[in-house]
Design a protein around this ligand. Structure first.
Ligand SMILES: [Zn+2]
Ligand SMILES: [Zn+2]
Length: 184
């Protein structure tokens, strides 16, 4: 129960955080892009050290799905509560760790092999998300990257199609109005 609860917090928490916070922020939001993807300062600083309220808010909103899932597992049993808390601690540890490329982290070959077989996000992978915000989604697990990019691309193409359709509609309306006024 301990392990099941720990895995649920990390796997389901990452899913919820990626698809209900991270991806929507990249499409409609400003907060995450202004804080987490602020290129004017080091991401080690804004992901780990900073106490700026906007940065903390982005972190809290991203962590909220993990916290809610942990809260749901809490009353099940003492072991599930312990597993949920351990999951949250590991998740927080992973936040710090995945931002360490900037201060010189380099993953050893065995760890790269382990990460590739389990889907674990390495600091090098998350560094990719900071270099190019359109890639490397998933906080802890890389298997959320492909569906997240797919969701991002689908919404953007829908938005583009909608804009084109609206522009066309506007042109038709203007044309109709012109004909109407010419006739009158
Ligand atoms: Zn980051
Ligand atoms: Zn992001």
């Amino acid at each position: 129960m301990f392990l099941v609860s720990l895995v649920i917090v990390l796997v389901v928490g990452d899913f919820a955080s990626t698809f209900f916070y991270h991806v929507p922020q990249h499409i409609w939001g400003k907060l995450h892009l202004r804080t987490h993807h602020d290129r004017s300062r080091s991401y080690w600083d804004h992901a780990v050290l900073s106490k700026d309220p906007e940065i903390l808010l982005d972190g809290l909103l991203g962590a909220l799905p993990y916290l809610l899932i942990a809260a749901a597992l809490w009353p099940v049993s003492a072991w599930s509560a312990a597993g949920a808390v351990t999951g949250l601690l590991l998740g927080q540890g992973h936040v710090w760790w995945r931002h360490t490329v900037e201060i010189g982290w380099k993953s050893p070959a065995w760890l790269v092999r382990f990460a590739r077989s389990t889907g674990l996000v390495l600091p090098e992978d998350h560094d990719g998300h900071h270099r190019n915000p359109d890639i490397e989604f998933g906080d802890i697990f890389r298997f959320y990257d492909v569906p997240a990019r797919y969701a991002l691309a689908s919404v953007r193409s829908f938005q583009r199609r909608r804009r084109t359709a609206l522009r066309r509609l506007e042109r038709i309306r203007a044309l109709r109005l012109m004909r109407y006024t010419q006739r009158a």
